[in-house]
Every structure is written in C-alpha cells, then in structure tokens.
Design a protein around this ligand. Structure first.
Ligand SMILES: Nc1ncnc2c1ncn2[C@@H]1O[C@H](COP(=O)(O)OP(=O)(O)O)[C@@H](O)[C@H]1O
Ligand SMILES: [Mg+2]
Length: 206
C-alpha cells in the first residue's frame, strides 16, 4: 500500500507519517518512510538546490521540473521496488505537492503539471493521501513557537500559500476517493486515530 501525506509546512505531515510508520512496524508489518524532495542520494542533492535561499531567481517551471526529477529518482529507486516486495510505503509529500505548490501556487499550467506528474512517476498513484489541513495563521503560530527559520520555498508570499491551501482543498474534492482531508487543528492523537480509522477501512492489514 502506498500512502502519502500532504499539506503546508508545519501542518503535521512528518509527525503523522512517523506515527503511522511506528504503528505499522510495532504490529510487525514491512514498512518504509521516505520524504520528498529527497529520499535518495540524488534526490537529496536536488532538495538542496530547491531549498537553498541563494536561489531566489528560480522560475516556477524550473522548480517544478527539479521536484519532478527528484520524484522520478525516488519512485524508481525506492518506492516501486518496496511496493513490489509488499511493503507499506509512506511518503512525506508526493505529486499532489507539485499540483498544489507549482500549479495552484506557482501558476504553472495545470495540463503541464498533470502530464509531467504522470511521466515522473510512470503513472504510480498513491492508494491513499492524507491532506492535513491548517491555515496560514496556524502555520505561522507553530513556526513562531518553534523558532524555525524559513527555507527558499517557505519564503514565498502569503498569497502564494493561500493558493496552495485552496489547491489542496480542491484536490480533496476532485479526488475524494483518494485524497482525505484531515482537520490539522485537532490534537496529534486525535489525528492519528482519524488516519488509522480511514486506513483500517481500506485494508485489513493496518
Ligand atoms: N495536531 C497538532 N497540533 C499541534 N501541533 C502539532 C500538531 N501536529 C504537529 N504539531 C507540531 O507542529 C510542528 C510541525 O510538525 P511537523 O510534523 O514537522 O509538520 P510538517 O512535516 O507538516 O512540516 C511540530 O513542532 C509538531 O510537534
Ligand atoms: Mg515535515
């Protein structure tokens, strides 16, 4: 089963991806946890280029193609081989991030986004995607309490992020059978329960 987590920064993706991974491992399941952009040696180098604050001149399309290149390597090198071996693959971001960020946020033509998303993954779709929904106010409050500085992607304007959030919400309607909207303002345990309940309905192995 291929499970992905989506949402803006600090929405709780990594927290929930890790909790799910630990839950599966504890119950004796084969599982791996990977992140995007990154997850392979090549993809982590592309990640460094993408997040480097010095690269303020990067065009949305350049950004999109770099994310896609990183994704292609991760999909072929790690995700597909593990799915073939019967693993639960949990991925912290996948192609819905490109649709939301470079498409809805960066205004790259949506037809281009959907076509390249398919090419970069050879058509591999997540079985289920959890979109953890918080607004920019909540994200900013969490950033402040963590004292976390911003990388290049996080330095974009508030209007951009509101478009990203709107994009994610729209994806959860367009692909409602796959993209599940989770209220990110609930507490960590409640969210984990919601996620496990949805997964249990989909697979008796969870
Ligand atoms: N449901 C939640 N409510 C409050 N704080 C949360 C919640 N989930 C995660 N956090 C906190 O928010 C911060 C960002 O979480 P993280 O999982 O790293 O987000 P992301 O991977 O989406 O950027 C962390 O300090 C984490 O402990
Ligand atoms: Mg994270």
């Amino acid at each position: 089963m291929f499970i992905t987590f989506e949402g803006i920064d600090l929405s709780g993706k990594s927290t929930q991806a890790k909790l799910l991974y630990q839950h599966l491992k504890k119950s004796g399941k084969k599982a791996i946890l990977v992140r995007e952009p990154g997850g392979t040696q090549i993809s982590e180098k592309i990640r460094d280029i993408l997040l480097d604050k010095k690269h303020s001149k990067m065009f949305s399309l350049t950004e999109f193609l770099l994310f896609s290149a990183s994704r292609q390597q991760l999909t072929e090198e790690v995700i597909k081989p593990h799915l073939k071996k019967g693993y639960f693959v949990i991925c912290d971001r996948y192609y819905d991030s490109s649709t939301a960020y470079q498409g809805y946020g960066g205004q790259v033509d949506m037809k281009t986004i959907l076509t390249v998303n398919k090419i970069a993954t050879n058509g591999l779709k997540p079985d289920i995607t959890f979109f953890i929904d918080i607004d920019m106010k909540e994200s900013a409050a969490r950033r402040k309490s963590m004292g976390k500085t911003k990388d290049r992607m996080e330095q974009k304007k508030i209007k951009y992020f509101n478009q990203v959030i709107g994009g994610y919400r729209s994806l959860s309607k367009q692909y409602c059978w796959r993209v599940k909207l989770i209220d990110g303002k609930k507490n960590i345990d409640e969210i984990q329960n919601d996620i496990l309940n949805i997964l249990k309905k989909k697979s008796k192995h969870v």
